[in-house]
Ligand binder design. Sequence first.
Ligand code: RNT
Ligand code: ZN
Length: 415
Amino acid sequence: MNDRYASAKALYQSLGIDTEAALETLQKFPISMHCWQGDDVNGFDREGALTGGIQTTGNYPGRARNPEELMADIEKALSLIPGKHRVNLHASYAIFQPGQWADRDALLPEHFAPWVAFAKKLGIGLDFNPTYFSHPLAASGRTLSSEDPEVRAFWIRHTRCCLRIAEYFARELGTPSALNIWIPDGLKDTPADRGRPRRIYKEALDEIFATPYDHALVNVTIESKVFGIGLESYTVGSHEFYLNYAAKNNMLCLLDSGHFHPTENIADKIPSMLLFADKVALHVSRPVRWDSDHVLRLDDMLRDIAHEIVLAGPDRILLALDYFDASVNRVAAWVLGMRNMQKALLAAMLEPNQRLSELQAAGDFTQVLVLQEESKSLPYGDVWDEYCRRAGVPERAAWFDEVLAYEKTVLAARS
Ligand code: RNT
Ligand code: ZN
């Protein structure tokens, strides 16, 4: 056993914290790694700009330009991240054989067969997202809430295709697939009627889910937002809309940590929602003053979210990341964010949570404060290094050497 780990283990033991149990539990938190960090949310199904009120900024070289490159980059990233995780795909990442193409309302499982083969090779599960942006029928800023019945019908058909594809992922890979619905729909300026688009959207969702899907295979999640670029004044799929829709229709809410007012604490929402829902789904992101989707840092927000995830336990949380930074090496962005998420989870497990909860219940807030602060300088980094060692991935920043080598040999050759 490594000396530093042995001494950390003993120190934690003296505080009643079992590092071995923490190392074990950390493995039970698979994180769904978002494929879209690798290619700046471009996808493969059509040319054209990223729309929907989201944006990537930066022009760091080496963006994945096709399925082969994206898969190679994902595989590289996963090889530097301890544990078994998942990959989160968008419908726009369909892979067509030469001469074959299908619009979003005609997507079939076969258009994702190469992704399934890839996931089987890596022994991982896949999650999925319908793509209601970067498409001519999303150009008006309205998809499932569109005033035009034909536009609505198109996106209803699209969502149904995606349900079938998520079922296919789950069946093939032997692990349920999360299907996350996020629509960009909103208005640039103050609405005249806030209710109308939401009524239309609600009816569209009702119509989609009137067709059954296999609940054992697919966890449908619905993701709220507060604003988008060019859609600053109003978002159809608001938090209250989805909270209630999910409760009434036995679905799960997804909280994206960038989709709330800047001082709102996402961590605080998790235990409240878990009193009324089986699970909460998360898109962990880092909003810098707004929904900027920066790479995760090990900051207070992340640690607070991790604390609530740990208290909830692995069975109650569907954990995914969502950020896209094009100004840095994209493989590094994945690895750093995934490792930070795991570090935050581990650090949260290595706090005296039981004791703290008892002290809070007893009203001893001075001790809560002191213990919370003292926990921050406990040697969780030594336990993290041990986790990496046991998982056979590079410790500390050594993973970055591999990313640099990959950049030199693979990424640099891309124009
Ligand atoms: C957008 C949402 C959504 C997307 C991805 C690409 O604000 O966060 O989850 O980022 O689906
Ligand atoms: Zn999101």
